[in-house]
Write a protein that binds this ligand. Sequence first.
Ligand SMILES: Nc1nc2c(c(=O)[nH]1)N[C@H]1C(S)=C(S)[C@@H](COP(=O)(O)OP(=O)(O)OC[C@H]3O[C@@H](n4cnc5c(N)ncnc54)[C@H](O)[C@@H]3O)O[C@H]1N2
Ligand code: MOO
Ligand SMILES: [Mg+2]
Length: 599
Amino acid sequence: MTVSGADPIATAHILGVILAGGTGERLGGVDKALLQLDGVALVSRVSARLAPQVGAVVISANGDPARFARLCDHEVLADEAPLGPLSGVLCGLDYAVRHGFSHVLSVAVDTPFFPKDLGAQLAQAGFALACDTAGDLHPTFGVWPVSLRAELRLSLQAGRRRLRGFARDHGAQECICGAPSAFFNINTPADMAGAEAVLRGETCFEPARDALVGDVLAHLDAAFSRCVGVETSAPDQAAGRVLAAPVRAQRASPASRCAAVDGFALGAGAGPWRLRVGRAAAGHPFQGALQTGQAVAILTGAQVPHGTQRVAMHERVIVTGDEVHAREGQSGGNIRERGEDFDAGEMLLPAGRRLEARALALLAAGVVREVAVCHPLRVGILSTGDEVKPVDQVRAPHEIADVNGPMLRSLVAGWGFEVVALGHAPDDESALRDTLNAAAGRVDVLLTSGGAASGQEDHLARLMQAEGRAQQWHVAMKPGRPLVTGQWRGMAVMGLPGNPVAAFTSAQIFAWPLLARLAGESYAPRIVTLPAEFSFSKRAGRREFLRGWLTDAGGRVAMHPSTSSAHVSSLAQAEGLIDLPETVTQVQKGDLVRFRLLS
Ligand SMILES: Nc1nc2c(c(=O)[nH]1)N[C@H]1C(S)=C(S)[C@@H](COP(=O)(O)OP(=O)(O)OC[C@H]3O[C@@H](n4cnc5c(N)ncnc54)[C@H](O)[C@@H]3O)O[C@H]1N2
Ligand code: MOO
Ligand SMILES: [Mg+2]
């Protein structure tokens, strides 16, 4: 179903719902609604901001409603089944219908500075979620028509609890309603202190620190999801593709008891055994069963006849006439039992697994004839910069060869994605716009390099913020401080920094998990922990990735002496990235370090 907006909805027809069901875990499990910000409970602040924007206000919260009684006289609605904020919205919609409202405007109780014209902005669309000017979606802030009730209930009953997923599936628009600071939400005691400082006018919301690597990864997880379609295919035709659904064995393996060696299938008894006429070969079962004291010749892989106790290797028996005598030293049954590798119906591979040789072998063993796989993810690679030229066009000393282009194309192809080479764009906003527009029709995701920072000729973030959706990051990471993430006309975009070592590192740390997510693939970098063969000092608060390799004797990690993000030689020598966390200031020889293996 798609709900589209026509006329804006009158304020009197909108019911305001304060979502106050969270557990406030990072604040020690307190009820956030009751937290006092500069002497006023959050629920009261949010209610005061919401009331002028709607016809009436209710609170969605579970537990004892009396706790709100001394703060406000809003009705408190408990969830039918508490399944997160979406059940709060559902409760609000039910209440809205009973009381003659046409829409719900939902807000979160822990976000006290939301825009004063939020309702008016969202109501233009009829069904919409709020996002900020940096492109971040705030799915608890939305306008919801009551007509969504039945589908929302069904969706929750089916276990789909994500606001953004439901909203996107049902055609919600995303409206830019304010600056990121307007959606500042309180999760930790430090956020509370920050919000109080803002109220006192001592500070504004500009981030005081660079984003942590973990923050950026969490944002990627929240803001992006699989974007490619799914089809069914024979496994053989799907080599290199990603499974969209788990696969179960269609048959046990082995499907029948069979011989693990060439020799004689022996029936019960201590021997000698009387040799029967005929044999059991792979693909040609012996017709008949072995009685006590009987034997029959058998070959590796053949089904063992009924009544077989064990299979003796031919080197280990003596055959005289039609009698088989066991020699000394016979051990083991030499029989592969039915289903000893896996049983019919057993899960062989999970969704998200890429079908490489080992996976394909397993599917064949399980007689799997059809799998659901994701379409390949098309990844555009674009270099930017007036100084950057293809290698065969480099002339003047102020020109440099495009290093990032070939590096990223090879990296992305090596990860198993489909590469679309998009060449190069100059440092010019209008040319970049044209390039982005052209790319949006050809690829699912675009990786750029260069122009990701905030210099005069760094256009990517500015352009995308103005005309698409973008987040410009300063990551507390070296190399790779600048990064841009966002969307352009439905295409995911990641702007990597220009310096090649930074581009490479940011690609490993951020682009790879992003691409995997978009492609429906599970992402699992290979990381080992080994003693350092070097000592090194660094600043606290920043994650650093050094280029390193395993020492000849093995078991230790050496570092390249250069930490410059422009020294490409250090990359070529590297076998991995040494990952030094934010908290570390000193590494001594012998200390354990995390080493992310490349290739
Ligand atoms: N005032 C600040 N300046 C810079 C910051 C900062 O935070 N504040 N960050 C520095 C860091 S760290 C990096 S990394 C770079 C990243 O800059 P951009 O992503 O904007 O990239 P450019 O300015 O276009 O180029 C930087 C550098 O990289 C070379 N480059 C670019 N593309 C390629 C390519 N395809 N092949 C080879 N080399 C390339 C380019 O020539 C520049 O030398 O910004 C710092 N500045
Ligand atoms: O990303 Mo920059 O160093 O890290 O050159
Ligand atoms: Mg720059």
